[in-house]
Design a protein around this ligand. Structure first.
Ligand code: SF4
Length: 469
């Protein structure tokens, strides 16, 4: 048995931010090469601190779904996963045994040499008859003067594509460092120019900054008066959203496993936790705001306040992904970065098989089953606020200065709507939902939303609100 974990950034504010990782996880599940594909996030749930506990096997490969190496892939993710590694990740990745699981952490997908083919695929979509006689290629990166790794990947891809001889010229240009994208008319001589943004997703840069800096009007833009004569620019979509990235991820995962030999086993604590959930589901019961009812071999989940409503009155979903999508926003359409907030929307029902139930509940309340079971077994370790604060880096370092009174003030606002009980602050939770108290979930450590709110309070000197740090 083996598990693949895809790590994305996510967002406390924007529900779309996790979309690309969801899509890749779905593509990889369809390929069926791993027994499970799990998503984990920095700013959503399951959080990086929780995600390994949610994997079902003792053989886990973790892929950072980032376009280049940098602060997140070298500092934040290894630290939060507890890998005991900081700094550049070697080409063969980092392997550790953590809590009985063998965990392999790889380089981000963007630096894999297979991305050269993805650039080529994007270029061909934009200009199918690109030719070495009259077509130049611009590989466009973000760049930053703070981390040279960020441009290394652009130059190495440009070198490989130059060597391929498929284009008359290949240029590496950047938004935030030299050579800047705005200088392209002076550098590029060919009459046809394909521009491929080496970005993880469609967003502000690909939709606004790049077109503005290059003077683009759309997918095809003509420039009749450029210094080297008339030119036409074909603007491709970003590499990070191409389906072939799924192949790159699989290559990366297989290379990290190397000659690992046989697959892992079922992780016993994880298995026991889900057996406890199945036991609850088979007799029917509540988990947080959700009512689980068995119906001849399948399970129906709905908001407990919708109990008694006819099926026709509710929107029915029949897949774990469908359940994920109807519960990611509250009734007002706002993103729910903390899934255990009592803001679950009403008006839906999910009908899932026993196999799908695990994934559905995982989407609904990530890591809650595993943490509740561990709490019941006295094996859930609590992390006090001072430890969480000390671990923070970058813009979050300042939370170390928060006083106890400030932390408690944030908790009164941020944690009150949450079903979880703050064990990290000394609160007691004698029994969880698995022992018959539906709304009782443990919180072993302050979540990233809480940390961001403490920082926001320190910056703005205001009580917590919903601002992303
Ligand atoms: Fe909920 Fe507060 Fe724990 Fe975050 S820190 S999960 S808001 S109880």
């Amino acid at each position: 048995m083996r598990s693949l974990v895809l790590i994305g950034h996510g967002s406390h504010l924007n529900g779309e931010s996790a979309g690309a990782v969801f899509r890749y996880a779905e593509l990889l599940r369809e390929r069926g090469l791993y027994d499970e594909v799990i998503e984990g996030y920095w700013k959503e749930e399951p959080a990086l601190r929780q995600v390994l506990r949610t994997t079902a096997s003792t053989d886990v490969t973790v892929i950072p779904m980032f376009i280049s190496e940098g602060y997140f892939t070298e500092t934040v993710i290894p630290r939060e996963l507890g890998l005991g590694h900081q700094g550049p990740v070697p080409p063969e990745g980092v392997a550790r045994v953590l809590g009985g699981r063998t965990v392999r952490y790889t380089l981000p997908f963007g630096v894999h040499p297979g991305m050269t083919d993805v650039i080529l695929a994007r270029a061909r979509e934009a200009l199918p008859d690109a030719s070495p006689e009259d077509t130049a290629l611009i590989v466009l990166g973000h760049g930053t003067t703070r981390n040279e790794n960020s441009h290394k990947v652009i130059y190495s891809n440009a070198d490989r594509l130059r060597e391929s001889g498929l284009f008359s010229e290949v240029h590496a240009l950047f938004l935030d460092e030299d050579p800047r994208v705005g200088t392209w008319p002076d550098r590029v001589r060919a009459p046809r120019v394909v521009v491929v943004p080496f970005f993880a997703s469609e967003g502000w840069h690909t939709l606004e900054t790049i077109p503005e800096d290059m003077g683009l009007q759309g997918e095809v833009t003509r420039f009749p008066d450029n210094p080297h004569g008339p030119q036409t620019v074909y603007y491709a979509r970003p590499v990070g959203t191409h389906p072939a990235v799924a192949d790159v991820v699989l290559h990366l995962a297989e290379e990290a496993r190397g000659a690992a030999g046989r697959d892992g086993d079922v992780e016993r604590a994880h298995d026991s936790a889900w057996q406890a959930l199945i036991h609850l589901a088979r007799r029917g019961g509540r988990m947080g705001e959700v009512l689980i009812t068995p119906h001849s071999g399948v399970y129906e989940l709905r908001h407990a306040l919708d109990e008694g409503m006819g099926g026709a009155e509710l929107h029915t979903v029949v897949t774990p992904e469908g359940l994920r999508d109807v519960t990611r926003r509250d009734a007002a359409g706002n993103h729910r970065p903390v899934h255990t907030y009592r803001t679950l929307p009403r008006g839906w029902r999910a009908v899932l098989s026993e196999t799908e139930l695990r994934r559905g509940v995982h989407f609904l309340y990530p890591a809650v089953v595993e943490e509740s079971y561990a709490h019941g077994c006295h094996s859930l370790r609590h992390t006090p606020w001072a430890t969480t604060a000390r671990r923070q880096t970058g813009i979050y370092t300042r939370v170390q200065r928060a006083t106890q009174e400030q932390v408690e003030r944030v908790a009164r606002t941020v944690c009150t709507p949450c079903l979880r009980t703050r064990l990290w602050a000394g609160e007691k939770l004698p029994r969880t939902f698995l022992e018959g108290v539906p709304g009782a979930f443990p919180c072993a450590e302050a979540c990233t939303y809480f940390v961001a709110e403490v920082r926001e309070t320190l910056i703005s000197k205001r009580p917590a609100a919903g601002q992303e740090g």
